[in-house]
Design a protein around this ligand. Structure first.
Ligand SMILES: Nc1ncnc2c1ncn2[C@@H]1O[C@H](COP(=O)(O)OP(=O)(O)OP(=O)(O)O)[C@@H](O)[C@H]1O
Length: 299
């Protein structure tokens, strides 16, 4: 279990992370979503004891990271895939980590296998790795100690579509076996396919969080009518909030039945009436934040 409780970090007058609270439990993938500069990396660094919070706490299974005995066996961390020693081979890096953590050397081959790095790649120096290969090596490093928790900062960066699909499968499988995953991204579409829960951060603050399906269900209904002005009047009379989408339809914060009944009473012909799903989630985040910072995240 990862618990983040009223965590804040200021750099001078700048609040990089502002009163952030959430938990990540076993068997779940939590997507930590926000645009560049939102405060994701700073939050993750505080969870991993690399940055001291200004206030608040972050714990792993009830303890701060620094107080965990042999943390690599409990929590696998990938914060910066480029941080590995460029002059060492992938295998050397994992072997040294296995020695430090007191692990059987066989774990090195198992981890390399698990992330799809073959023997030729493992023998190459990291400076010759592509970003995608570095991400895979970083993931192998995180998985080495067979931890129950993974914290991954933008692990899909540099992966091709096949690599992203592969990683989703690996993380889903990890969580389905009881693992806990906290996964950051600046793209909603990247995390929504694998996450059970979402924590959305903008300008250092949590702007939305919860069960992904519940957030999707609460994300409204897409409506299109033959007479859009008539629809607008009906929605206004019913006190329903509507946001116009780029394609001319509207996303209404109400369920399909409520909207359908109101339209029928006004004898309006509806051409479209369906749950907004992830499109509505994007719309909802934009509305919730009403600032520039999160707009990028949901593109
Ligand atoms: N060491 C530091 N000193 C000063 N400001 C910092 C430091 N680290 C982060 N910041 C600032 O804190 C804010 C949050 O940065 P952070 O890296 O946590 O965001 P992020 O959501 O991870 O974004 P990205 O996707 O770009 O990494 C930014 O405004 C950043 O400039």
């Amino acid at each position: 279990m990862i618990s983040v409780d009223h965590l804040s970090k200021r750099y001078g007058a700048h609040p990089a992370v502002n009163d952030v609270s959430f938990t990540c439990g076993p068997g779940t993938v939590t997507g930590f979503l926000g645009p560049n500069g939102a405060g994701k990396s700073t939050t993750m660094r505080m969870i991993c004891g690399l940055t001291a919070p200004t206030s608040g706490t972050a714990t792993i299974d009830g303890r701060p990271y620094q107080r965990l005995a042999n943390p690599g066996r409990r929590i696998g961390v990938l914060l910066d895939a480029s941080a590995q020693h460029a002059g060492r081979t992938g295998r050397e890096i994992l072997t040294l980590a296995a020695m430090t953590q007191g692990l059987d050397r066989r774990r090195v081959d198992e981890s390399l296998d698990r992330v799809g790095l073959n023997n030729t790649a493992a023998k190459r120096r990291v400076k010759a790795y592509s970003l995608g290969m570095r991400q895979r090596l970083g993931l192998a490093y995180a998985l080495l100690g067979d931890p129950g928790i993974l914290i991954l900062d933008e692990p899909a960066n540099g992966l091709d579509p096949e690599g992203i699909f592969w990683m989703r499968g690996l993380l889903r499988d990890f969580a389905d076996r009881g693992g806990t995953v906290l996964l950051s991204s600046h793209l909603l579409r990247e995390v929504e396919a694998v996450a059970d829960r979402l924590v959305v951060i903008g300008g250092g603050r949590v702007v939305a969080q919860g069960d992904k399906d519940e957030l999707l269900a609460a994300s409204g209904t897409v409506v299109r009518a033959l007479d859009m002005a008539g629809l607008d009047a009906v929605l206004t009379r019913a006190g329903l909030t509507a946001v116009t989408s780029a394609d001319g339809s509207v996303v209404v914060q109400a369920d399909a039945e409520t909207i359908g009944r109101a339209a029928a009473q006004a004898a309006l012909v509806l051409l479209e009436l369906r749950p907004a799903g992830s499109g509505g989630l994007e719309q909802m985040f934009l509305t919730l934040t009403a600032g520039d910072s999160v707009k990028e995240a949901v593109r």
